[in-house]
Ligand binder design. Structure first.
Ligand SMILES: *Cc1c(COP(=O)(O)O)cnc(C)c1O
Length: 374
């Protein structure tokens, strides 16, 4: 008997036009980090997000680095953000020589606890220059409330919407309303350019500066004059062509991920000890990854056992992001956490959620988990 093909967590899912668009890039010989596909990709991202200005970059991590550089932070500054995130949404704080302060996530959710944030802003003497919110697993933070806090306390709000392309709250795309918004098109995200990212802002001058810094900060002189240093962070025109094609199918990809979430929930929702994170009113999450939490006392099995059982059947699954304050790297970092993220991490499992999955794939995963429950 041949074993079934491996079911991945979130593999790339190309539409019908990407290859032809890459072909166009080749035919025009724009095989460089400059060209018409980049311009088109940026214009389409601005249209999608409703944010005025966008620069396409080599990664979401690069976008965050540029946002922090433009925020003017450095050694001695503290950047606040959610403890529950991916390292790419944090490491650029260290690139700038600044330090992070990690805050817990909300109960029954994935997002930065805004009550906790507000309380900390009111009570702590060391106010942050920058706060990063993270739209985890395609859930979208309450932008009206964060904007009001940013205006009241005078911090720069960076929205890490790397996982939330195509996600909305109250009809507004993830990241709109922030001072800077980070998007990612890494290979595992809901749409991909194979590797890539973008920085968006309503501040056109800031995006022009980001574009300048992303191309080695070359002053306009034939011999390349340098008043400051930059980075080589621009997206390739070839990769941008993939992105243009992927944006055409984004709505389908979101619908597929949401359907996969619904199928998992209808199959596993009644299993004792297994829980899903719901959407608050007004949120249209993209459900990038379906996650469950497993309470071992009620379920009769734990997260590790579930992951191992899936792996034995050639199915990839993964714990939720390990909170940053539990990472050896951040042993000494400041943290305001009440154990919510820790519990989510201990019990949480991300299930295969690729938009090309069919009902049989979801059923295969659910059957294995049902067997664990005995
Ligand atoms: C993927 C991701 C990033 C980084 O994006 P890359 O394009 O992989 O560099 C940042 N933050 C979060 C929350 C992410 O999931």
């Amino acid at each position: 008997m041949t074993s079934p093909p491996r079911l991945y967590l979130s593999p790339p899912h190309m539409g019908t036009r990407e290859q032809a668009l890459v072909g166009e890039a080749f035919a025009s010989n724009w095989i460089a980090p400059i060209g018409p596909m980049i311009d088109l990709f940026e214009a389409k991202l601005a249209e999608l997000t409703g944010i005025g200005h966008v620069v396409a970059l080599s990664s979401g991590t690069a976008a965050l680095h540029l946002a922090l550089r433009l925020s003017g932070i450095g050694p001695g500054d503290v950047v606040w953000g959610s403890t529950m995130t991916f390292i790419g949404g944090v490491a650029p704080i260290l690139y700038m020589g600044a330090a992070p302060l990690f805050l817990d996530i909300e109960r029954d959710g994935f997002l930065l606890d805004l009550d906790l944030l507000e309380e900390a802003l009111e009570t702590r003497a060391d106010k942050p220059k920058v706060v990063i919110t993270t739209d985890l697993y395609g859930h979208v933070v309450d932008a009206v409330r964060v904007r009001a806090l940013a205006d009241r306390f005078g911090f720069i709000w960076i929205s890490d919407a790397a996982e939330a392309v195509g996600a909305y709250r109250d009809g507004v795309h993830a990241g709109k309303g922030a001072d800077f918004t980070i998007l990612s098109f890494n290979g595992n995200k809901i749409i991909t350019t194979s590797g890539g990212g973008a920085l968006a802002s309503e501040n056109g001058e800031a995006i022009a500066r980001a574009r300048f810094l992303s191309t080695q900060a070359r002053e306009p002189a034939a011999h390349y004059e340098h008043e400051t240093y930059g980075y080589n962070y621009r997206l390739s025109n070839v990769c941008a062509a993939i992105g243009v094609g992927q944006l055409e199918v984004l709505a389908d990809r979101v619908a597929a991920r949401r359907a996969i979430f619904a199928a998992y929930r209808s199959s596993l929702g009644d299993m004792p000890g297994v829980a899903f994170v719901g959407e608050p009113a007004g949120m249209a999450a993209n459900r990038w990854l379906t996650t469950i939490t497993i309470d071992p006392a009620e379920a009769g099995f734990d997260r590790e056992e579930a992951q191992a059982a899936l792996e034995r059947e050639n199915i990839e699954s993964r714990p939720l992001w390990k909170p940053m304050h539990l990472q050896p790297l951040f042993r000494d970092a400041a943290c305001i956490a009440g154990g919510v993220a820790e519990r989510m991490f201990e019990r949480g499992l991300c299930l295969p959620s690729g938009s090309a999955m069919d009902e049989a794939d979801v059923a295969r995963v659910c059957a294995i988990l049902a067997r664990q429950a005995g």
